[in-house]
Design a protein around this ligand. Structure first.
Ligand SMILES: C[S@@+](CC[C@H](N)C(=O)[O-])C[C@H]1O[C@@H](n2cnc3c(N)ncnc32)[C@H](O)[C@@H]1O
Length: 211
């Protein structure tokens, strides 16, 4: 019988992405890289920034961050899936990227260390999305930002997961009200919430005065 505990579900998510890992980068991630690069240009990530790439997969986002953060910046690329990380390390070996096999919702990263927490194509997979956002808020420096990014619309993402079924069948990106609530409940200021055919972005900032 399927293990429906949280731990069991996470193991299934890990196994699901492990299986996709060998073809993920060229089949799924790379075709959307140009659109992702455009979205990053709008965020204004700066030289020296410390960035957490949540659910980094094979590191398509991490790879695009290397030049943006420059030699003084740091990128932590974290993922549950060992298979994805293996591919990522092989494809994008770079001193500025630290690859971490971890459940980002449980791993004890130090608090208030990141200028950016970026969730690219991963948010629907969090089993407890409110817990996830609160956790990311705690990892941000005061004034730091969380961005939830997709290079397709919310409707396309949700429809895709439904069609794929399996362990991701019910994984959804919340509607505007739901996303706004998740961000505000975590003490973040909502800066942008946009859903278009060529991408979704929710951008929120930890107030600079946060303790
Ligand atoms: C759809 S893939 C996206 C990968 C990458 N961001 C990209 O766009 O190519 C989602 C990734 O998130 C990872 N993931 C899901 N839940 C996670 C969690 N709680 N902690 C770390 N990684 C997670 C999966 O293992 C998978 O590699």
């Amino acid at each position: 019988m399927a293990d429906l505990t949280e731990r069991g579900m996470k193991r299934r998510i890990e196994a699901f992405f492990d299986e996709l890992a060998p073809t993920w980068d060229h089949k799924v991630a790379a075709p959307y890289a140009p659109r992702l690069a455009e979205m990053l240009d709008e965020l204004g990530i700066a030289t020296g920034d410390a960035v957490l790439d949540v659910g980094a997969g094979t590191g398509v986002l991490a790879g695009l961050l290397v030049d943006r953060v420059g030699p003084t910046g740091r990128i932590v690329a974290a993922d549950l899936s060992r298979g994805m990380l293996r591919e990522g390390r092989a494809l994008r070996r770079n001193d500025r990227i630290v690859w971490v096999q971890a459940d980002v919702l449980e791993t004890p990263f130090p608090a208030s260390v990141f200028d950016w927490v970026l969730c690219y194509s991963v948010f629907p997979h969090f089993l407890d999305q409110q817990h996830a956002v609160k956790r990311f808020a705690s990892l941000l420096k005061p004034g730091g930002s969380l961005a939830v990014l997709h290079s397709q619309s919310r409707e396309a993402i949700n429809e895709h997961h439904k069609k794929v079924g399996d362990v991701v069948g019910g994984h959804i990106l919340p509607d505007d009200d739901g996303m706004t609530r998740l961000l505000r409940n975590a003490g973040l200021e909502l800066l942008r919430l946009e859903n278009a055919e060529d991408g979704f972005i929710a951008l929120a900032r930890r107030p600079a005065s946060a303790g």
